[in-house]
Write a protein that binds this ligand. Sequence first.
Ligand SMILES: NC(=O)c1ccc[n+]([C@@H]2O[C@H](COP(=O)([O-])OP(=O)(O)OC[C@H]3O[C@@H](n4cnc5c(N)ncnc54)[C@H](OP(=O)(O)O)[C@@H]3O)[C@@H](O)[C@H]2O)c1
Length: 329
Amino acid sequence: MKVLLTGASGFVGSHVLDRLLDRNIPVAVLLRKSSRRDLINARLGSFEICIGGIDEATSLDSALDGVTHIIHCAGATKALDRNEFFGVNQGGTRHVVEAMNRRGGQIQRLVHISSLAAAGPATVDHPRTERDAPAPVSDYGRSKLAAEQVVRERCGGDWTIIRPPAVYGPRDGEFLRLFKAVRSHVRPYFGGGRQQLSLVYVEDLADIIVTALTHPQARRETFFVGAPEMVTAGELATAVASISQNWSVPLPLPNAVLWLACQWSGLVSRITQRADVLNAQKYAELSAAGWVCDVRKLSDQLGQGCPTGLQAGLEKTLAWYRHHGWLRI
Ligand SMILES: NC(=O)c1ccc[n+]([C@@H]2O[C@H](COP(=O)([O-])OP(=O)(O)OC[C@H]3O[C@@H](n4cnc5c(N)ncnc54)[C@H](OP(=O)(O)O)[C@@H]3O)[C@@H](O)[C@H]2O)c1
């Protein structure tokens, strides 16, 4: 067995790389010359590096030498516009699938990392299930759904689609913002903090991704991968404050402020040509009533779930931020 991993330089991909190496599975990673290396530096020398991108057929073709399985984790979570989201998420996935198909039966399975955003928002009354018709609300979500369609319709071999909700854990720069706010003694939330969330601790997600490579019940299946526990945005902020042992005051912000922040950030991104997670598109996601998924198919079919509870996961995350100097004590 040998795995080609895309997106290894990123938050989720770096944990998937760790899990593969911990299980002594030979790995090749596809990195761009510009890819950050700080998250994978500790493991350098224990995996093969192929220089190239998911937009380059030739580099993908040579990266597949000797490969039996692919984990496609590369993706754009922020972009300047719709074309960039679709170019990376749909177009990049198409290149990966076409390269796989060119290898005939050599590649036994493609595990594709999608997102709850591809399925769309949902609340605890009706959490999203894999059977529901997708209804994404942003260009990001629509581009991830388009990538799923490429996998289902064009992949000549076996595949598994993994749809995580919001992912948190060591090495994540997005949840870090909330930890930093709490360190500054505020717990900001929008919409009364009532948005309902499913979450997944990144090491649990990485475990499932590696399991999906070979599990017979994962063949040509789609799974939401998250912890069974659901929280509101307000509860999440309170939990972060509690484990940080910082005094903090709630900072409720009306949705109009969120909308303005998204518009402003989008404008700054266009001027500086640097994409940010906050943009006009993101407003539809952030103002949704909930992003909740039903994870019973995962445990029923694969016999594996996401065991890390919110408290334990946040504690490990905080410890990592402090140890690595991402958050001052
Ligand atoms: N984080 C979450 O909460 C979350 C939730 C649901 C789904 N996901 C999905 O999980 C995957 C990983 O997300 P992440 O949070 O780890 O994001 P991330 O930290 O931004 O990492 C993204 C990875 O994709 C690579 N990439 C981006 N554009 C590329 C391109 N044009 N060609 C080749 N590689 C490219 C990046 O490589 P470079 O270093 O070269 O830029 C990086 O390795 C994505 O598919 C995302 O949609 C994430």
